[in-house]
Design a binder for this molecule. Structure first.
Ligand SMILES: [Zn+2]
Ligand SMILES: [Zn+2]
Length: 343
């Protein structure tokens, strides 16, 4: 028995199509038949060799939808045939101090992100810890659901913890793969949603997705524009550039929070502005499996959908390059094999 995968063989090398032996799941693990896997900007941490402790070969991919086809020893609560998702978080031990304090995302024993330090979903099959599995509603198409497991989870989970309540002003900075989902989630959570992006190309879409206001950051100072609206209770920073992020931080209102959900290196903020507003800069970790389930259910109930460009698994290198070009509208997803909803 064998499987196929697109494998990273070293930093800055093109992905390689390989046939590999099919492994049996170990204790606490399941084996999935992968149906779809999203291509995420964070995959560049592996493909570019920029994550601590990397080893190769490694299979990328942390927006995985698949069907359980084998159970390892000691797996309770899951059954063969269940459709499941796996995100960046590759599980938790359940017994360390942090897990027992409910901080499972920061488990002391398991901290190997999927598709970075542990093999991911650019493959026909994948092993995953049962503690990393999210149940995927049958109504969701695998390709449509895959981006919700990182881009969706990260924006949904950050927004629901951002401190803003219904009717309060929240800015989504960047209308791209993350931002187009962030706008939908924010609007459907009842937040007063303003989108910020360079130029006006994406204004009609941003409004269609639920933004009440739009700020063109190339034509106006986005921080001043946010202050003119009363100041943001939260700014969800989805851009990949620290300079652009810094330029909006001054748009926070009293007790506002700038939520950083992507690594952009060093960030400079005005300390006087922060203390005068009692404002905060906060990082937000995507979430764990149960947060993924919440994201999927909310998306289904409120018709939140990712807009995707779809590639076959074998073309993962082209798919990755397309995503990195910044021109994709908006997420890029690998369809694996002949898998279809209900198939
Ligand atoms: Zn991701
Ligand atoms: Zn733990």
């Amino acid at each position: 028995m064998s499987m196929h995968a697109m494998v990273a063989t070293g930093p800055a090398r093109p992905l390689q199509w390989q046939e590999l032996p099919l492994s049996q799941p170990g204790a606490g693990e399941v084996r999935l038949r992968v149906e779809a896997c999203g291509v995420c900007h964070s995959d560049a941490l592996l493909l570019g060799g920029r994550y601590p402790g990397l080893t190769y070969p490694r299979i990328p991919g942390h927006e995985v939808i698949g069907v359980i086809e084998a159970l390892g020893a000691g797996v309770a609560g899951w059954e063969v045939g269940a459709r499941v998702g796996v995100g960046w978080n590759s599980g938790c031990c359940g017994y360390c101090s942090r897990c027992r304090h409910g901080e499972r995302f920061a488990c002391e024993n398991i901290h190997a992100p999927t598709g970075i330090l542990r093999d991911g979903g650019y493959a026909t099959h994948m092993l995953a810890r049962a503690s990393a599995l999210a149940r995927v509603p049958a109504e969701l198409d695998p390709v449509e659901a895959a981006p919700l497991l990182c881009a969706g989870l990260t924006t949904f989970n950050a927004l629901r913890h951002c401190g803003a309540g219904p009717g309060e002003l929240v800015a989504i900075h960047g209308v791209g793969g993350l931002g187009h989902l962030g706008i939908q989630f924010a609007a459907r959570m009842g937040l007063r949603t303003v989108a910020i992006n360079r130029g006006t190309d994406k204004e009609p879409l941003a409004r269609q997705l639920g933004a009440e206001d739009y700020i063109d950051s190339s034509a106006t100072d986005p921080a001043a524009a946010l202050r003119a609206l009363g100041g943001a209770k939260a700014i969800l920073a989805t851009v990949t550039d620290a300079q652009a992020m810094q330029a909006v931080a001054g748009g926070l209102g009293p007790n506002g929070t700038l939520l950083v959900i992507g690594g952009v290196g060093a960030l400079t903020v005005d300390s006087l502005d922060l203390l005068a507003k009692r404002a905060a800069v906060r990082g937000w970790y995507s979430g764990t499996a149960v947060d993924s389930e919440d994201t999927l259910r909310f998306s289904l109930e409120h018709a939140v959908a990712s807009r995707n460009e779809i590639y076959p698994l074998e073309e993962a290198q082209a798919a990755f390059e397309r995503m990195m070009s910044g021109r994709a509208r908006f997420r890029v997803v690998l369809r694996v094999g002949a898998a279809r909803a209900g198939g």
